[in-house]
Each structure stands twice: as C-alpha cells, then as structure tokens.
Design a binder for this molecule. Structure first.
Ligand code: MSP
Length: 507
C-alpha cells in the first residue's frame, strides 16, 4: 500500500478553534486512524498560519505584539486538539525558523527562474480575505464573504507569473480528473480556468505590513500570506527529512472557502518550484448556523471543548461525520446532535452493548461460551462483513456519513438478531443454555467487530467497548482476526456500564 500524507488547512491564528476547524481536523484524525489500522504508512500535518494583516490586526486589537499573540493562539489550537483526542504527526507554524527559510528559498528560486517580476498594481483589496478582488467577483460592490467594501490600493509589487502555467494546469486537471473531489468542485475549477487566471501579486510593501516573511530579493517587501502558508505543506515534510517519501502522496483537506488558492495558486506554484503536484484535493462544504455563518458578533460560535463537555467528544464526532455529506453544506444544530446521541448511539449501539453484556453476566457470570453456528448466526456475521467492505469503499471516497450508515445497518441487524433469537426467553429453559451461550458469543463478536470498525470515527467508544469485552489492544487491532477466534471459551467480559447516557434536551 502506498503511503498517505494528509493535511488540514494551516488555520489562521486570529482566534481560537471553532466547529469549522474542528470538523476538518476530525476528518484528518479519522483518516489517520482508519489507514493506520489497515497498515498504511500515514502522516498528518496541521498547523497555524501566523503571518499577514489579519493576524497583525487581531494582535493589535488584543493589545499585544504579533509574536506574543500567535504563540498564544497556536498553543490554544494544539491544546484543543490534545483535549479533543485529535491526533496528527506534525504541527507546522508559519513563524517557525525552518518554514521561513524554506519559503525564502522557494521565492529566491522562482525569482531566479524569471517567474517573479516587479510591476505596479491597482486593485480592490479585502483585508478579511487577504486578497485582491476583481470587480465582477464582488456582490453589490462588497466582498461576497465578509460583506465589507474592499479598499482600493495602488502600489508597486512583485508578481508571480501564474498565468504562464494556466494551460499546464488545465491539462493536469484533464488528465487527472480525480485530482479534485467531489467532482462539483473540479467542475468549478475547470470553469474558472475558462477565463485568464492572470498573474498573482505575491508581495506586500512593509510600509503597509511588516508581519510577514521578507522577500529574499527585496527587503522592502514581505510575502503574500498565501504564498507563505501553502508552502507549509512541503516545509513540514522538508524539516523532517520526509519530502521525497511523502510529498508525492499528498492529499489536502479543505473547505470550499479556500478552493481557489488550493486549486489554482498552489498547483501553479508547485510547477514553478519544480515540485510534483499533490495527489488530491478533497473539498468539504460549510457548517452553517441558522442558515448563515458562524460569527463572534452573532454569538453563535461553536467551540469543540464545550461540545465535548456537554455531550462527550465521540457524540460530537459522530454527529459531525454522520450529518455532513462530505462536499455539501450542512446545518449545525444541537437538537440534531442530541437526536443522534439518543437514537443511533444510546439506543442503537449503547443498548446493544448493555443488553449483551448484561445477559453474559447474569447467565454465565461474564464468561464467554462456545460457539455452535446456526444460519441466523451466519447472517449476523455476514452483516458485519458487508459493513466492513462498505466502510472501506465509502472512506476511500470521503463518504464518512455513508460509512457510518453502513455500520449502523449491521448494528440494526444485531439488535434484531437479539429480538428474534430471544436468548432471554431461551434462558428460562436449562436445556437451551448452550444455545444461549452460543448466541451471546456471536453477539460478543458483533461488538468486537463494531469496536474495530468504529475506532477511526469514535476512538473513545472503541476503547470502552474493548474494555467491556475484556479484549487486549492487539486483539482489537487485528482487523483480520477470524470471527469466532477472539474469545476462547471462558473468556471474561465485564459488567456493562452505559456507553452513551441519554441527554434529554439540548443545553
Ligand atoms: N490560513 C488559511 C489556510 C491556509 S492553508 C495553506 C485559512 N485559515 S482558516 O482558519 O480560515 O481556516 C479555513 C478552514 O477552516 C476551512 O477551509 C475549513 O477547513 C475550516 N472551516 C472554517 N469554518 C468552517 C465552517 N463553518 N464549516 C466547515 N469548515 C470550515 O483559510
């Protein structure tokens, strides 16, 4: 299996992490766990984007110097991911010395090659987006994202000959339609490429902004924040000596807000720098709040650790992965989260685990009994085998909601199997005790496979389920362990505790 290198966006250090950042990071963590469990070398990079106007303004508003500010916010991101159980392999900061030197090196190369030139520019600049807008991109004269009027700026600057790579980019997308997924976003990019993309202004005069990386060939200027930030995907590997091994396998996770920089600026920058293209750009939609944007001023910002405290991290993860179809927008609602928690998690999975383990306790003092498969048992085993195949196919397509749906179909099957085989009725007849033991054995296997399959999505639940089943980590990790081989007769399970306490109303 080829290695996999996954990145999240390098988040702006202008505020603490919220729902949007958390969703992308959860997806990265899920992919990391999923592929590690299947023996694939997986490397995940996340980080903070710490230069530019936006950051300098946030620091000024907080009354501290930019460095103090970015240290604080970058630490808040790392602390949040740790507390939320989100794992990665490297955290890159665009103020790190290695990154700064790397960016300067690439700029010097591209400049020496003649793909960066000096010119004058007049344009409409949105400080929120950190980019110039063309008139036709504005909505009623306002930035479509920030709904503020852009500022007209005229100045001399450095430009990257992006337009010179337009044809090569179009040809690349033509030859590799899988480069941008879901396909709707590829089509958007193809449509953008029908018009000239023009050149990209990649400098800011220090008279306007000093918080950035100085251009190696002109100290009066700093680098445009996107030119700086995008290169972090490579500098993070370069710093660790992993560039040759991993860069050819790069897959970027982003939301649709930053499609253009990733689908147009970045591949052309890579071409100019003589680096291979990334493998895939996987684009998800936006979490909306009350059909609009999350914003501090509206006061509807969702913070991951508040959700964890209220519902548990796994319930929050489940809701986010189950209710967003990757690629499309979704509406965030705590009522919907609670419905998933009470329905799929407490009634579906939690109830199955507690019924099975309770019967195991009361009929056999927790000890697993020998198997004696019957057709109904085969169908149960088959339901989980199908779920595994479907999960693998859906995760490969970033369809996490479908993967969970597939697993929950198997769990429904297991809940129905309990009802139809009725071990609680059979248990009244001492002669049927061996069959009761065999049924419970099948159900313990169903729970063991559930723990394995659910681990990338709900890691904490997987651990708790394994503990209840009395399973050591190796047996949980072995995805290819045959059904029936996990529990030698007499294996001790534990008295159940509720995996997901029900929540009555959203807080
Ligand atoms: N710093 C740039 C990225 C540079 S990457 C080389 C940036 N930072 S950001 O902090 O604004 O993060 C944007 C990303 O955060 C989105 O692409 C997405 O991953 C995530 N989200 C932020 N808000 C979101 C939603 N409301 N919904 C879903 N994800 C969104 O852009």
């Amino acid at each position: 299996m080829e290695p996999l290198y996954v990145t999240t966006p390098i988040y702006y250090a202008n505020g603490e992490p919220h729902l949007g950042h958390t969703y992308t990071t959860i997806v990265a963590d899920t992919l990391r766990r999923f592929w590690c469990a299947r023996g694939r070398r997986t490397f995940v990079v996340t980080g903070t984007d710490e230069h530019g106007d936006k950051i300098a303004q946030a620091a000024a508003a907080a009354g501290v110097d930019p460095k103090t500010w970015v240290d604080r916010i970058s630490a808040a991101f790392r602390d949040t991911w740790r507390a939320a159980g989100l794992e990665y392999d490297a955290f890159v900061r665009t103020t790190d010395a290695h990154h700064v030197a790397f960016v300067r090196g690439v700029l010097a190369d591209i400049h020496a090659k003649g793909d960066i030139y000096f010119g004058s520019y007049r344009g409409l600049y949105c400080y929120g987006c950190e980019r110039f807008y063309q008139e036709r991109e504005l909505v009623d004269g306002l930035c479509p994202d920030h709904r503020t009027a852009p500022t007209e700026i005229a100045e001399e600057n450095y430009f990257f000959r992006m337009g010179a790579y337009q044809e090569r980019l179009a040809a690349l997308l033509d030859a590799h339609p899988e480069l941008i997924t879901p396909d709707g976003y590829r089509k958007e990019v193809v449509a953008l490429l029908r018009d000239p993309i023009g050149d990209l202004c990649i400098s800011r005069p220090k008279s306007r902004l000093t918080w950035g990386i100085s251009l190696p060939f002109d100290d009066r200027y700093v680098t445009y924040v996107w030119f700086d930030a995008l290169l972090s995907y490579v500098s993070a590997l370069d710093e660790r000596g992993l560039r040759a091994e991993l860069w050819p396998h790069a897959e970027h996770l982003i939301a649709k807000d930053i499609l253009k920089p990733h689908a147009i600026y970045w591949p052309t920058m890579l071409m100019a720098a003589g680096l291979p293209s990334y493998r895939r750009l996987a684009v998800h939609g936006y979490w909306q709040m009350d059909a609009g944007k999350m914003s501090k001023s509206v006061g509807n910002v969702v913070r991951p650790l508040e959700m964890k405290a209220r519902y548990g991290m796994d319930a929050f993860r489940y809701y986010l992965l189950r209710d967003m179809a990757f690629g499309q927008d979704a509406e965030f609602s705590e009522a919907a989260l609670v419905a998933r928690l009470n329905g799929d998690l407490a009634n579906g999975l939690g109830n199955l685990a507690s019924r099975v383990l309770r019967m195991q306790q009361s009929y056999f003092a927790g000890a697993v009994q020998p198997r004696a498969p019957e057709p109904a048992d085969e169908a149960l085993r088959e339901a989980f085998a199908v779920a595994r195949t479907e999960i693998d196919a859906h995760v490969a397509e970033f369809a996490f909601h479908r993967a969970l749906e597939a697993l929950w179909r198997a769990l429904d099957h297991a809940n129905k199997y309990v009802t139809t085989t009725a071990p609680f009725t059979l248990a009244k007849d001492p002669a049927r005790r061996p069959r009761v033991g065999a049924i419970l054995h099948e159900l313990c296997e169903a729970l063991r496979v559930t723990a394995q399959l659910v681990e990338p999505f709900l890691p904490e639940t997987a651990c708790r389920l394994a503990d209840l089943l009395g399973l050591p980590a190796e047996r949980l990790a072995d995805l290819d362990l045959a059904w029936g081989a996990a529990f030698p007769a007499g294996h001790a399970t534990v008295a159940p505790v509720a995996l997901f306490p029900r929540v009555e109303t959203p807080a």
